[in-house]
Design a protein around this ligand. Structure first.
Ligand code: G3H
Length: 490
């Protein structure tokens, strides 16, 4: 059934939007059976509603004196537990919308939902541990101290379309549990799937603690940032938006940033790599959710000694991947939510071809409405756009190398520094290589593709890839500040 409640959540009230709406159509349109379907509509809000939401969050925080930031830890936990229990009842609806709105396949949509629920429970547990630790005294030079962590203020949360539920909540949940209040605007795709959860927010948290508004990023996020009343900008997405938003904040020195941005994670395949395993991992790494992951492998460096064999087997595996609707069994490749993505990928392919690369898989580059079949490009070089840009879609550049210094130099020059995958067996060669790689990126994956999880591990990056660290444990710290009570008596 279409979702067209057109509700939004401000000041603890689920308000009916009477203004102009935006229609949301499905991503699914590229098979003969399914035409784009109207899924529902959302409020097309602007400055006035954005400022209303901001006022509501500021009132609830009340400069640190509000009910929420001063609430007992156990009571804040109860609110979060109520929320997650209510959220669990919406699994089927949210999973369906993940498939229809962003084209994520069924197993991955279910995983996104379940992972988010686990993340909330794990965050609650970590928060309890943090609270227990804060009850302990430490002593130095005759001063006893009770160290705790306190909230930062009002948070603006903006998540990405590729994980519209999970990554938005990876920001929002730790921000809330630490006593901050929040305004959150769902991602540009995967927006309707938030609507079944509005009631859970409303019923679980005190008035004004969570405010959910809809509308174009610029129309709603810009006035909020311009007000100078935001204490934390929490954004997973692109650096262009992050830069634009932080620049307009009039008191930048008071703004904390929690940002997850672009990446261009490489795989380095050494001559002694186990090719079966390497190809499995490179397929998953490059093409899970059609390559629309910040952690996706976006460039493959393969040693010249094994490149012919690698290319032959890798291309066959790519061509064997099943394209279809997200709910169909075994489907790995699905329609793309961004309408202009196939044309953009085509531009990258054309540019690479003009500069000497070829598509080496038979099906590569075939366009069907909102899909382009993954193109494996070889040999790619540094002058090509597909080497320089974060493709965030189904195109895979392969570069040959003879000396390990070649990929290492490229990584050192890159604007990004999130993760790398290394494939090889010789531990003696790998050990010194790892020592270099950890200074270039934040996570080195041995004989496995890059990924964010498990969510207890730090998720971050160097250079333009991230600012601050997310994980169950780290996010609680990213959204809080250390405070303490000092005393000469214990
Ligand atoms: O888009 C970036 C995501 O954080 C990737 O997460 O590695 O779990 O797919 P993932």
């Amino acid at each position: 059934a279409p979702l067209h409640q057109n509700n939004y959540l401000v000041s603890g009230e689920l308000k009916k939007w009477e203004g102009e709406s935006s229609n949301i159509y499905s991503t699914i349109s590229s098979t003969e059976t399914y035409k784009p379907t109207w899924l529902g509509s959302i409020p097309n809000q602007g400055k006035q509603e954005a400022l209303e939401a901001l006022e509501s969050a500021c009132l609830a925080y009340d400069k640190g004196q509000g009910l929420w930031p001063t609430m007992k830890v156990s009571d804040r936990i109860k609110c979060m537990e109520t929320f997650v229990e209510m959220m669990k009842t919406k699994r089927e609806e949210v999973v369906k919308l993940l498939m229809w709105e962003i084209g994520k396949n069924l197993p991955d949509s279910q995983k996104e939902f379940d992972r988010t629920v686990d993340y909330i429970y794990d965050t609650i547990e970590d928060y309890k541990k943090m609270d227990r630790d804060s009850a302990k005294f430490i002593k130095s030079e005759g001063i006893y101290a009770h160290i705790r962590r306190g909230p930062l203020g009002v948070v603006l949360c903006l998540g990405p379309y590729n994980y519209p539920l999970n990554e938005t909540f990876c920001l929002l949940i730790p921000a809330l549990i630490m006593g901050n209040t929040a305004i959150f605007k769902p991602a540009k795709h995967g927006v309707l799937l938030i609507t079944p959860l509005l009631e859970a927010f409303q019923k679980s948290f005190p008035k004004g603690v969570v405010n959910v508004i809809f509308g174009r990023g610029r129309a709603v996020a810009s006035p909020i940032m311009e007000s100078g009343r935001i204490d934390v900008l929490a954004l997973i997405g692109n650096s262009k938006s992050a830069n634009a938003l932080q620049t307009i904040h009039p008191k930048k020195n008071r703004l904390r940033l929690v940002l997850g941005l672009e990446a261009k994670n490489p795989a380095i395949v050494l001559p002694d790599a186990d090719l079966d395993l390497t190809i499995d991992e490179c397929i998953a790494g490059t093409l899970s959710f059609n390559g629309q992951r910040c952690t996706a492998l976006k460039v493959l460096y393969v040693h010249k000694d094994i490149i012919d064999e690698f290319n032959r087997r890798f291309s066959l595996r790519v061509d064997a991947l099943k394209f279809g609707n997200p709910w169909e069994q075994g489907v790995k490749l699905t329609p793309l939510p961004e309408k202009d993505k196939p044309a953009y990928i085509q531009e990258l392919i054309d540019d690479a071809k003009n500069l000497g690369a070829k598509i080496i898989n038979e099906k590569g580059g075939k366009i069907t409405e909102n899909y382009i079949f993954p193109a494996v490009l070889y040999p790619v070089n540094k002058s090509m756009r597909v080497f320089k840009e974060e493709q965030f879609g189904p195109v895979i550049p392969i570069l040959p190398f003879t000396d390990i210094a070649e990929p290492l130099d490229d990584m050192a020059e890159s604007n990004y520094g999130q993760q790398v995958s290394v494939f090889g067996k010789d531990v003696k060669k790998l050990a010194p290589l790892i020592d270099t790689l950890v200074n270039l990126v934040c996570r080195v994956n041995l004989n496995s593709s890059c990924q964010r999880g498990p969510d207890v591990y730090p998720f971050t990056g160097r250079k333009d890839s991230a600012f601050s660290t997310l994980s169950v444990h780290d996010a609680l710290r990213s959204f809080s500040i250390r405070t303490f009570v000092a005393s000469k008596d214990n």
